[in-house]
Write a protein that binds this ligand. Structure first.
Ligand SMILES: NC(=O)c1ccc[n+]([C@@H]2O[C@H](COP(=O)([O-])OP(=O)(O)OC[C@H]3O[C@@H](n4cnc5c(N)ncnc54)[C@H](OP(=O)(O)O)[C@@H]3O)[C@@H](O)[C@H]2O)c1
Length: 377
């Protein structure tokens, strides 16, 4: 076992289950004083086991290692004992989505760390040991100390540096991924969960994740500026040599001057009618592409130059599936290729007779939103 890098600490681990016992083993070997808190201390073989309240009172640093469903009642029980202490939160609001993906039961709007900090306003919360499975925690921490990384997050720098030392003492390389609001990568559903990576690989994964988030934010800003007719912001989200290609129509733009002219002459005020509704069906994000599958609904009350050039408003309803392929270069939009079935739109406007032609009308977009309709001819 690696030698402890830190001053000997008094640590109480609340929850003497798989993760709690694993941490107790590693830190005891590293020379720290470890107390385990259990509801049934008499049943455990470990050296220093106490009931939850006594254990919470003993340690200067507290680890929460109980099932997520038990967290709130545990905190209520020992709120006085936890005051002003560093709380290492290893608990996970873990669930599986209906498709079988790991997700946070708290949803995507709030991190587990931010939520824990609201439950413990008088303590200092640091998230750690969340994205590694306990059997790897013990085996990698003891057999390959210093090889693999563990992410930590918190709002207090001093507390994070203390927890970093404890991560090192457990046999891992701590990687600070930011404050609690930024800690989604180490939560269930996050990019690091449940993975064991070397420090270099973890940094690369986090860097790519950040770049993808930046791409998403940039593209959302780009579309919002397009909708608002804000030419300056739209162009600021693009590279210096972009192009736009609306595949079914002759309208687009090449190079900064071409794109500028396209926006000015064909898009501002003519993007979509005011009643437009956009329903996101799917978004695929890679290192340098975003692909959006969207169903767009509107009433054709204005000229829509990019989609229906030279077609005067018909007043007809349109529901159309659109695929937008967006290429990024150095964090900015380099090009957009926009695909839709123009015959489908023309049928809905009454400008194309679907009879005797292999084309469809409104049902096409509806089947994208509700695939069960595909069973109907
Ligand atoms: N297992 C992993 O690989 C892993 C990895 C990272 C994070 N985590 C997270 O760490 C936490 C603990 O996971 P675990 O796998 O160690 O769970 P576990 O093996 O089920 O152990 C949790 C321990 O908490 C105690 N406990 C259970 N219900 C409780 C309650 N209502 N009130 C107070 N204490 C209670 C029990 O100990 P007593 O009966 O002795 O009281 C139990 O042994 C979870 O939030 C989990 O998501 C787990």
């Amino acid at each position: 076992m690696n030698k402890s890098t830190s001053v000997k600490k008094s640590i109480s681990i609340l929850g003497a289950g798989k993760i709690g016992l694993a941490l107790a083993t590693l830190w005891t070997k590293a020379g720290h004083s470890v107390c385990l808190g259990s509801r049934n201390p008499e049943k455990l073989q470990a050296t220093n086991v106490k009931n939850i309240k006594a254990a919470a009172a003993e340690g200067d640093i507290i680890v929460l290692a109980v099932p997520y469903s038990a967290v709130e009642s545990l905190i209520t029980e020992v709120s006085d004992e936890l005051k002003n202490k560093i709380i290492i939160d290893a608990t996970n609001p873990f669930d599986l989505s209906p498709e079988g993906h790991v997700i946070s039961t708290l949803g995507s709007e709030i991190t587990a760390g931010t939520h824990m900090a609201t439950l413990l306003p008088n303590s200092i919360v640091v998230r750690a040991f969340t994205h590694i499975m306990e059997e790897l925690l013990v085996s990698r921490g003891t057999k390959q100390p210093g090889l693999f990384a563990l992410a930590i997050a918190g709002d207090d720098l001093t507390a994070k540096s203390i927890v970093s030392e404890l991560v090192t003492d457990a046999g891992f390389v701590p990687i600070d991924i930011g404050n609690l609001a930024e800690s989604a990568p180490l939560d269930p559903g996050g990019i690091l969960f449940p993975h064991v990576l070397t420090p270099a690989d973890m940094k690369l994964v986090l860097k790519k994740n950040l770049a993808r988030q930046h791409m998403i934010e940039t593209f959302d800003k780009h579309v919002n500026a397009e909708l608002a007719g804000d030419l300056e912001t739209t162009l600021a989200t693009m590279t210096n040599s972009p192009h736009l290609h609306n595949i079914p129509t002759p309208v687009g733009g090449f190079g900064i001057a071409g794109v500028q002219a396209f926006y000015k002459n064909h898009l501002v005020g003519k993007f979509f009618p005011p009643d437009v509704e956009m329903i996101n069906v799917a978004r695929i994000v890679s290192d340098d592409y975003i692909v959006d599958e969207v169903v767009v609904k509107f009433t054709h009350t204005i000229m829509i130059d990019w989609m229906l050039p030279k077609v005067a408003p018909t007043g007809k309803r349109v529901e159309v599936a659109i695929a937008v392929i967006v290429k990024f270069s150095e964090g900015k939009v380099a090009h957009e290729h926009i695909y839709w079935d123009q015959a489908n739109v023309l049928v809905q406007l009454g400008l194309l007779d679907a009879k005797n032609l292999p084309v469809t009308g409104v049902e096409s977009a509806r089947k994208v939103l509700d695939p069960s309709l595909l069973t109907q001819s």
